[in-house]
Ligand binder design. Structure first.
Ligand code: ADP
Length: 480
C-alpha cells in the first residue's frame, strides 16, 4: 500500500492558522476499512472563527485586490494543483475509494476550474442602462461577502473547484466545510492555495460533522451565501437554516438522469456512454445515467450489449485502478444493498463477479436492472450506487413522459440521428443540461450545471456561476 504523502494529522485552516480540535474523527480507506488519518471535529466556534477570518480578509488585502490580481492568483493555484495531480489523486483514491484514473481526472478538473475562473475574474462586468435625460445608470456586480461552501464526498475536488473557484474569482471570502468522509484533498488544496499566494482568510477550511460544523455554517448570521451539493433532505435543512437569515442558497441535489436511446441512433457510438456514466465512481455521481430508456426495436440488442459490458467490469481497491472501486462507506453500501435486496431476482439482468476483495472494503457488484416499471422505486429514486435501470419505450412522446416522470431534473441524454427530434427533446426534457449524441461532455468545466425540481436550483460551473456568487447593485447618478 502507498503511504499518504502529505500529512497524517489533518488540521483545519482558519485565517492563517492551522488548528486542530479537542476531538478528532477517524478517516477510513473505503477499499480496506483501514484507518489512514484523523481529521479535526470542528464545531460552531471554529465556524465562527472562520467567518471572522473571512471578514478580516474582505476588509484587508483580499477585499482590496483588483479582479485581475485575483485572477492571477487563481491561475497560479491552478498550475500548482496541476503539478500535484499524482499526490492529490492518491490522497483521494485512499480517502473515498475512487479508482486512481478517476481521481486523477478530478484533480485535473480542479486545476482547470482554477484556470477557468482565474481567466474569468476580470471579465465579469456590469451594464450601463439607458434612462431618463440627466441620469447615468449602471450596474455593479459585487461579491456577496462571506460565502459558505458545504460539499459532499463523491467528487470532492471537482465540487470544491467549481464552488470555491467561482466564489473567489468574484471576490468573496470562503468558508469551506468538506464532507466528513472526504476532507484530505480539501485540506491539501488549502495548503497548495496558500503556498501559491492566496491571501490569509480568503479560504478557510473547517472539517467536522454535517450536523455540527455544517449546520453551524448553514445557519451562521454573518454568512451571505451558501452553496451546497448533496442529498435532498440535507439540502432542505440547509435551505431552511439559511432562510432564517434570508441568505441565498445554491443547491445541487442529484438526480435520476435518463438517457433516451432511439432506434435510429449510432449505437456503437452510444454504448460506451450508456454504461460508463452509470458505473463511474461506483455510481455515486449526481449526474449518473441511472435510467436508460430504449426504443422497443433495439431494446434486446441494447440490453444484451450492456449486460456484456457489466459482466466484464472489474471491481477492486482504488489504488488498483480498475473500473469500479468500493462505495464510500458502510452506510452507503447498506443504502444501495437495500434497493437491490428489495428487487425480484429476475429483474437483475447482469452483475459482474466480485472476486477476492479486502474484507473491510465497502464493495457492491454493479447491477443492470430490467423489467421494472417507470414508477417503481428502483426506477424513480436516486440510489447513488452502481445500478442502472433499463426501461423500454415505443414513441417519442412516451419517452419524454417517462424521462420527465421523476421528482428530479438534473441531466438528460438523447441518442438519435433525427435532427428535428434532437431540438424537440432538448426543449421538452425537464433538466438543467441536455446532451445530444453524447453524455456529460467530458465534465464540462465551462458548461453551466444545476437542476430543476428536487435536483435543486441555481447554477454552478461556467461563467454563469459567477452571477450566482455576486449581488447586483444599480447606481443612478443624476446630473445636468
Ligand atoms: P450524505 O447523506 O451522502 O452524507 P449529505 O447531503 O448529508 O450526504 O452530505 C453532504 C454535505 O452536507 C456534507 O459535507 C455533510 O457534512 C453536510 N451536512 C450533513 N448534514 C448537514 C446539516 N444538517 N447541515 C449542514 N450540512 C450538513
Amino acid at each position: 500500500m502507498h503511504a499518504i504523502t502529505t500529512f497524517d494529522s489533518a488540521e483545519m485552516l482558519i485565517g492563517e492558522a492551522w488548528v486542530t480540535a479537542d476531538e478528532t474523527l477517524a478517516v477510513q480507506d473505503p477499499s480496506t476499512g483501514e484507518e489512514i488519518a484523523r481529521i479535526a471535529r470542528g464545531g460552531a466556534a471554529d465556524i465562527d472563527a472562520a467567518v471572522s477570518a473571512a471578514e478580516a480578509a474582505l476588509a484587508g488585502e483580499w477585499g482590496r485586490m483588483s479582479a485581475a490580481e485575483r485572477g492571477r492568483i487563481l491561475a497560479r493555484i491552478g498550475q500548482a494543483v496541476a503539478a500535484e495531480v499524482e499526490m492529490l489523486a492518491l490522497l483521494e483514491a485512499r480517502d473515498v475509494g475512487k479508482p486512481l484514473k478517476q481521481a486523477r481526472a478530478d484533480a485535473l478538473a480542479l486545476a482547470r476550474y482554477m484556470e477557468f475562473y482565474g481567466g474569468a475574474a476580470d471579465k465579469l462586468t456590469g451594464q450601463t442602462i439607458p434612462f431618463q435625460a440627466g441620469y447615468t445608470v449602471y450596474t455593479l456586480r459585487e461579491p456577496h461577502g462571506v460565502t459558505g461552501h458545504i460539499i459532499p464526498w463523491n467528487y470532492p475536488m471537482q465540487i470544491l473547484g467549481r464552488s470555491v473557484g467561482a466564489a473567489l474569482a468574484a471576490g468573496n471570502a470562503c468558508v469551506l466545510k468538506p464532507a466528513e468522509e472526504a476532507c484530505l484533498t480539501a485540506l491539501a488544496f488549502a495548503r497548495i492555495a496558500r503556498d501559491a499566494g492566496l491571501p490569509v482568510g480568503a479560504l478557510n477550511v473547517v472539517t467536522g460533522l454535517g450536523a455540527e460544523a455544517g449546520a453551524a455554517l448553514a445557519g451562521h448570521p454573518r454568512v451571505h451565501h451558501i452553496s451546497f451539493t448533496g442529498s435532498v433532505p440535507t439540502g432542505a435543512l440547509i435551505q431552511a437554516a439559511a432562510g432564517k437569515n434570508i441568505v441565498p442558497v445554491t443547491l445541487e441535489l442529484g438526480g435520476k438522469s435518463p438517457q433516451l436511446v432511439f432506434a435510429d441512433c449510432d449505437l456503437e457510438a452510444a454504448l460506451p456512454f450508456l454504461v460508463g456514466p452509470g458505473v463511474q465512481n461506483a455510481g455515486q455521481t449526481c449526474s449518473a445515467a441511472s435510467r436508460i430508456l430504449v426504443q422497443r426495436e433495439i431494446f434486446d440488442e441494447v440490453a444484451t450489449r450492456m449486460a456484456e459490458a457489466y459482466r466484464a467490469l472489474r471491481i477492486g481497491p482504488a489504488v488498483e485502478d480498475l473500473d469500479v472501486g468500493p462505495l464510500v462507506s458502510a452506510r452507503q453500501k447498506a443504502i444501495v444493498a437495500g434497493f437491490l435486496d428489495a428487487l425480484p431476482a429476475e429483474q437483475i439482468l447482469a452483475r459482474p463477479e466480485l472476486g477476492e476483495l479486502p474484507p473491510g472494503g465497502h464493495y457492491v457488484a454493479p447491477a443492470l436492472v430490467a423489467g421494472a416499471a417507470p414508477g417503481d422505486r428502483i426506477a424513480r429514486d436516486e440510489i447513488f450506487g452502481p445500478v442502472q435501470v433499463l426501461l423500454p419505450f415505443e414513441t417519442e412522446a412516451e419517452a419524454v413522459e417517462i424521462a420527465n416522470g421523476t421528482d428530479y431534473g438534473l441531466v438528460a441524454g438523447v441518442w438519435t440521428a433525427n435532427g428535428a427530434r434532437q431540438f424537440r427533446l432538448a426543449r421538452d426534457l425537464r433538466a438543467g443540461q441536455v446532451f445530444v449524441n453524447n453524455y456529460g461532455a467530458g465534465g464540462g468545466v465551462e458548461l453551466p450545471f444545476g437542476g430543476i425540481g428536487k435536483s435543486g436550483h441555481g447554477r454552478e460551473k461556467g461563467f454563469e456561476a459567477l452571477y450566482g456568487f455576486t449581488t447586483l447593485k444599480t447606481v443612478a447618478v443624476r446630473h445636468d
